[in-house]
Design a binder for this molecule. Structure first.
Ligand code: GTP
Ligand code: MG
Length: 237
């Protein structure tokens, strides 16, 4: 029994050490992003929620507003997502985590080492598809964005409270599928509010384009720790 307890506390210590080391790396990244004036957005959701499709749409919208965008995307095993994104973004970098279920600040730092951050207005980070682990690992981002598709079930904010309660923004995806899936949108909003009262929610469909402009308006105008007034790129153009 005691042995088990000691083993358990060692595990806890190791976990805390990993998170503390990540927090240190993330603080350095945040300084780097701040000094280069780039707004960094960390997109987190279950596999298949529509992160990559949304990133593609957001890139297209931001390109049309003359914002300079970079993307870093994490995946356990493939480079598929970066290939998709590179059609609309010349700065698309894939991190293949070899099975690790989340991105860590050190992985992001390594991925962007050859990127000219000072030339970017926005850096989108698509995390590995997972509703649990990514939310523990700070990446030095300005906004943590949780995605929830209408196909996943209304209860996901309640089942994964760590992510949804710590998100600065929640993006509902695949709105074009509300009717065929008979999704109860009012219930989704009630569950989100229960877990993160008053959080900004944007409803989108990457398929139809619904909500993409509103999302980009929010992203550019949202309070930003790293750069004040990226939105001016839009309003002045
Ligand atoms: N109908 C519909 N399908 C969508 C939408 N967005 C994405 N999809 C589809 O959903 C599937 C998964 O989309 P992805 O963008 O690859 O999802 P993801 O969250 O990036 O997935 P992982 O990177 O594997 O975690 C693909 O078949 C997309 O075409 C949408 O708005 N509407
Ligand atoms: Mg993806």
């Amino acid at each position: 029994m005691l042995k088990n307890l000691v083993q358990d506390s060692n595990v806890v210590d190791l976990g805390l050490n990993i998170l503390a080391a990540n927090d240190k790396d993330a603080a350095q990244l945040r300084d780097l992003f701040h000094s280069n004036g780039v707004k960094v957005l960390n997109l987190i959701s279950a596999p298949g929620t529509g992160k990559t499709e949304l990133v593609v749409r957001v890139c297209q919208e931001l390109n049309s507003r003359e914002c300079s965008v970079g993307v870093v995307v994490g995946d356990c095993a493939t480079e598929n997502d970066a290939k998709r994104i590179s059609r609309v973004c010349e700065n698309a970098i894939q991190i293949v985590t070899q099975g690790v279920c989340h991105l860590e600040a050190s992985m992001l730092a390594n991925a962007i080492k050859d990127l000219d951050l000072s030339s970017l207005d926005v850096l989108l980070v698509e995390n590995v598809g997972n509703l649990v682990c990514p939310s523990d690992f700070d990446l030095g981002e300005d906004l943590k964005i949780a995605l929830l598709s209408v196909t996943e079930g209304e209860d996901k904010p309640l089942k994964y409270p760590d992510l949804f309660s710590s998100a600065d923004l929640i993006v509902v995806t695949k709105m074009d599928l509300v009717e065929p899936c008979e999704t109860d949108m009012a219930q989704i909003h009630r569950n989100i509010n229960q877990i993160n009262f008053g959080v900004k929610v944007v409803e989108t469909s990457a398929r139809t384009g619904v909500g993409i402009e509103a999302l980009c308006d929010f992203l550019l105008g949202a309070n930003c720790r790293n750069k004040v007034g990226v939105g001016q790129v839009n309003s002045n153009s």
